[in-house]
Design a binder for this molecule. Structure first.
Ligand code: ZN
Ligand code: ZN
Length: 595
């Protein structure tokens, strides 16, 4: 190759590096994915100064021969390195083949590799081949990337501070560890161990390694399939909440992807179980025939389009909602149930002291104890549900109750009902509980295709500005669906003559104005969400408030109604209605029970 051609190639690589490499994480990603493609079972990532000074990725994979080791840094290499067995056919899109030369063009790179025969060591500085020597490495590949962007100061400037760079890398390695429980991942920064998974193939163990025990205890296994998709993984109890969607990991055919639609299906499945601005923790694997997906591979992210999105949505929604419906979700006040955002290792921004040293031995022991405990628990659960079945045979028509009968004892601060049964003690927020009862009532009434209606003694006349009237006119059928009967009355005016019975509990004119406001202003109008919003709003207004001194009989009625709710555990806004101290908790707290 002539000198000019080489210079051209170096330049092209530097330009490409600008697209491919923005963060240290992009380098780690490229090297780790190469290691996975090389069938490694162990991948060690060693960083110095969050990777800005040095990134070293060592694997025990198949390695390369001398020829491939040199070709790996050539931009136009169409070598045997590029494999076709990948379900996503990423390699055939040519991007992966370009990343390594791009990285090498903006850093000092050393590659040591051995395919079980002779080892090779290649050194490249700023895209220029410095040397090719034999190496003493016995198996696998070790790539060291030093002084990233040393020859492109402008790009160096764009690197974020060390902690942000490290947080990107940690997030990425966490997600890879979740995707490949069979691979042992070891991540260190400045010789401090940050993550070590054991490669034993247990997804829950990886979840434990990443998020810790308190989260692991609150994860629920799911699996289901339909004719097009198969899903499996873990979702969190509703009491476990995050303020961002970072802790939702999606894998499609073993690869981490981003898809905002799927994240929405998951969070929508938690509707009213968690507040609207919160997210669950989830690791969901989706298996699908590659024919049904379209991968748009951008060097720095992975977006995917599904051609049968509605059946996937259906599968995810049904699986999560029916799982949540099968559980007793009363938070145990005596346990550490409310998870502090900062205690889980995945968060968007790290502060220095949050990078705790990872203690692999302690983690392993903790997890073994946890597994043993949950086995005991499962045995207990099985026997108790068996008993339940027997008693249910007598009145099999009765709906499954999710909370046992509770007996009110009194009221605290005119807000919390204290109740008990043989299992323990309960605290119930009277407003939240009443709101849940009313919400389910209104939602049912609202969804009734032929709601009970009532004539108004005095019809209500409503006038609208012309633009609003035009939108309303297009949506008159919504008023009909709600059971509000109207007549057009001259210019921009309607007369309401009868309304659904449920609406009479509120200030009628104000409520109708509100409803029409929502119809007129909502851009993307969805009837279901609209009805839900109305039900929650009316329910809140119609419920007893905190500081209302309610009587014993009212408490009894409220508790019974709460028990018969579809979801008695949270109010429509996702706040808890009920918490418990189990009999065992109380005995433990008063030192009557040991352990
Ligand atoms: Zn409320
Ligand atoms: Zn509420």
């Amino acid at each position: 190759m002539s000198k000019i051609q080489i210079m051209d190639e170096v330049l092209a690589n530097k330009i490409a590096a600008g697209e491919v490499v923005e963060k240290c994480m992009n380098v780690v990603k490229e090297l780790v994915e190469n290691a996975i493609d090389a069938q490694s079972t162990e991948i060690k990532i060693d960083l110095q100064d969050s990777g800005v000074k040095e990134i070293k990725v060592a694997d025990n994979g198949i390695g390369m021969d001398k020829e491939d080791a040199v070709l790996a840094f050539s931009r136009h290499a169409t070598s045997k390195l590029i494999k076709e067995n990948d379900l996503f056919h990423i390699h055939s899109l040519g991007f992966r083949g370009e990343a390594l030369p791009s990285i090498a063009s903006v850093a000092n790179v050393t590659l040591k590799t051995c395919n079980g025969e002779a080892g090779t060591e290649v050194e490249i500085h700023g895209g220029k081949l410095i040397s090719v020597n034999p190496s003493d490495l016995l198996q696998g590949t070790t790539i060291t990337v030093k002084n990233l962007f040393y020859n492109t100061p402008v790009r160096l400037k764009y690197l974020k501070n060390l902690y942000t760079e490290l947080s990107y890398i940690t997030d990425y390695v966490n997600k890879m560890a979740l995707s490949y429980p069979n691979i042992r991942f070891i991540l260190k920064n400045n010789d401090k161990l940050l993550l070590k998974t054991d490669g034993s193939g247990r997804l829950l163990k990886v979840i434990h390694d990443i998020y810790g025990l308190s989260v692991t205890k609150k994860m629920i296994e799911i699996h289901n399939e339909n004719e097009d998709y198969k899903i499996s993984g873990y979702i969190s109890y509703p009491e476990l909440q995050k303020s961002n969607k970072n802790a939702i990991t999606l894998l499609v055919n073993g690869r981490v992807i981003r898809n905002l639609d799927i994240i929405r299906y998951i969070t929508d499945s938690y509707h009213t179980y968690i507040p609207q601005d919160k997210y669950p923790i989830a690791v969901i694997k989706i298996e699908v025939d590659p024919i049904l997906i379209d991968v748009n591979v951008h060097p720095t992210k992975m977006d995917i389009k599904f051609s049968k999105m509605d059946t996937l949505k259906d599968l995810i929604t049904k699986t999560i909602t029916s799982k949540l419906e099968s559980l007793t979700l009363i938070p145990d006040a005596a346990l550490e149930t409310i998870i502090d955002e900062n205690k889980t290792r995945i968060s968007t921004v790290y502060t220095p002291n949050k990078f705790e040293e990872f203690n692999a031995d302690q983690k392993e022991q903790e997890f073994q104890e946890f597994e043993k405990m949950s086995l005991d628990f499962e045995v207990k659960e099985e026997t108790s549900s068996y008993q339940e079945k027997e008693t249910n045979d007598d009145n099999s028509n009765q709906k499954k109750e999710r909370i046992k009968k509770m007996y009110p004892v009194g009221l605290v601060h005119a807000t919390y009902i204290v109740a008990e049964n043989e299992d323990g003690m309960y605290l119930i927020d009277q407003h939240a509980a009443n709101e849940r009862v009313n919400y389910e009532y209104y939602l049912k009434e609202l969804s009734n295709p032929t709601p009970a209606v009532m004539d108004l003694l005095v019809p209500i006349t409503l006038e609208f500005p012309s633009n609003e009237y035009l939108i309303l006119k297009e949506n008159f059928d919504l008023l009909e669906k709600l059971g509000i009967s109207y007549e057009e009355f001259g210019f921009q005016t309607i007369v309401i003559r009868s309304i659904p019975v449920w609406l009479t509990k509120a200030n009628v004119e104000k409520a109708i104005r509100n409803i029409i406001d929502i119809i007129v202003t909502k851009e993307d109008f969805q009837l279901e969400k609209f009805l839900d919003h109305i039900a929650a709003t009316v329910a809140c207004k119609a419920s007893i408030k905190a500081n209302d001194h309610i009587m014993q009989e009212d408490m009894e009625v409220l508790l019974e109604r709460l028990r018969s709710c579809e979801n008695p555990f949270t109010c429509p806004h996702g706040r808890p209605t009920i918490i418990t101290y189990s009999k065992y908790d109380l005995e433990k707290l008063f030192k009557r029970a040991m352990s």
